[in-house]
Write a protein that binds this ligand. Structure first.
Ligand SMILES: [Zn+2]
Length: 434
């Protein structure tokens, strides 16, 4: 297939009248449309407005979609204990697959081609099935909770770690390496030392498995860890082996100088979730400082109940505006930098080294974005449009691993209407945790 349009190669290179050629799951060529068309005259041609790398989100919770709009305007622990954990505890296997599928439809239709996905304790295999079916590139894992968790979610340390191994054996690198596993302790308050150390052991036993958890999201979490361990949350995670180039930490808002040095020295990845942080009143992560120190920072929507969308395009806007007001400086996080965070940095964090830019030999994870709307006129600068004006609803085309997953703005791999209908029947008006 030959895609023609304005090609955004990465966060610094744009080819105005360009083309991208895809063969199987790989980008075969990128360049000026005239050159590329001469070299590949017989490929099926498709005209798009803007062609850019698929967006990568390194912290989402696909299973939480039933809670959209249910838990607005509450603080983190009330949000978690009254709403989110009861939903996770009660979802049946069929419902969990439906919940994840609904999220994957939203993610793909809004331009996310790859995500790092924090599941819940049970039925994780059904999320892998849903991700396989939907066509998203996904690094996902079951949540580990071996203490301080409500009935229905707490499970013995060994059980959670053994099930993680079983899931890795079954699904890691499945679907031509489109699905990978992340060992996923929920966060330090719900995970014992044995659970956290066991996480490192499991991840080290398999090539390419990630570690993904929440860290230093909230003052109360950091206070609890400090009381219990005599150190900050990141310091504690480092102590038990959960820093490093295979580790993706979500939020990372409250960090001391030593912790920031640890993140930089160990190559640990940070996921910045601006909408979630604002909605829950958690605080502002010191992203500019992290970037200055060379820490790899990517972007994520977090769960649907705390956003309330899975729109990676709008999240870029939030990402820059929140840092700008925090620093009182409009030059803080320019659009190009944010675009790089939401594409290449995300792919690095997720562990895919040939994803996140449009280059020959790289994976064909590509998004097409419309410019035939009022939001796109006049269009002076493509990065400005993508970060400040566009939304995920402007995504017309999504390709993952060479497969056209979204065409004319609609998902092709799943019967979306049926998913919506079933989700309305199962989730609307339902009360949880009673
Ligand atoms: Zn989260």
């Amino acid at each position: 297939m030959l895609l023609a349009g304005t090609v955004v190669v990465d966060d610094s290179t744009v080819i105005e009248d360009g083309a991208v050629v895809v063969e199987d799951d790989t980008i075969a060529a990128v360049g000026p449309a005239s050159d590329v068309t001469d070299r590949y005259p017989n490929h099926e041609r498709r005209e798009l407005d803007i062609i850019c790398p698929g967006l990568v989100q390194t912290h989402v919770h696909s299973v939480q979609s039933p809670g959209r709009g249910l838990a607005d305007d509450t603080d983190l622990f009330e949000w978690l204990e009254e709403y989110i954990l009861p939903i996770e505890a009660e979802l049946t296997a069929d419902e969990l697959e439906l919940a994840s599928l609904l999220s994957y439809v939203e993610l793909l239709e809004h331009g996310t081609t790859c995500c790092v996905d924090h599941l819940t304790v049970h039925h994780s295999e059904r999320a892998f099935e849903a991700a396989g079916k939907a066509g998203i590139r996904d690094v996902l894992g079951k949540a580990l909770m071996d203490r301080n968790a409500p009935d229905g979610l707490e499970e013995p340390t060994k059980v959670g770690l053994a099930e993680s191994r079983d899931l890795i054996e079954t699904y890691h690198r499945s679907h031509d390496d489109r699905l990978r596993y992340a060992v996923t302790p929920r966060f330090t308050p719900t995970c014992s030392e044995a659970c956290l150390r066991g996480t490192r052991e499991v991840a080290d036993d398999y090539d390419g498995v990630r570690i993904h958890t929440h860290a230093s999201e909230h003052e109360s979490v950091v206070d609890d860890v400090t009381d219990e361990r005599g150190m900050g949350d990141i310091e504690w995670l480092h102590e038990v082996g959960l820093t490093g180039e295979d580790v993706v930490l979500a939020h990372v808002i409250l960090t001391n100088e030593r912790e920031r040095k640890l993140l930089a020295e160990t190559g640990t990845h940070v996921t910045y979730c601006p909408s979630s942080n604002m909605k829950i009143g958690a605080g502002v992560a010191p992203i500019v400082d992290y970037l200055d120190r060379g820490i790899n920072v990517a972007v994520g929507n977090d769960g649907t109940p705390v956003n309330n969308t899975l729109d990676p395009v709008s999240e870029m806007r939030q990402a820059t505006l929140l840092q700008t007001i925090d620093q009182r400086d409009p030059e803080t996080l320019p659009a190009r930098i944010v675009f790089g965070m939401a594409t290449r940095n995300g792919a690095r964090a997720a562990g895919y080294d040939r994803v996140g830019e449009l280059r020959a030999g790289w994976k064909a994870d590509i998004v097409g974005i419309r410019t035939d709307t009022s939001r796109a006129v006049p269009l002076h600068d493509v990065y400005s449009y993508l970060v400040y004006s566009a939304t995920g609803s402007d995504v017309a085309f999504t390709m993952v691993d060479g497969q056209v997953v979204v065409s004319e703005g609609s998902i092709q791999t799943v019967d979306a209407e049926r998913v919506y209908q079933r989700a309305r029947e199962r989730f609307e008006g339902r009360t949880w945790g009673e």
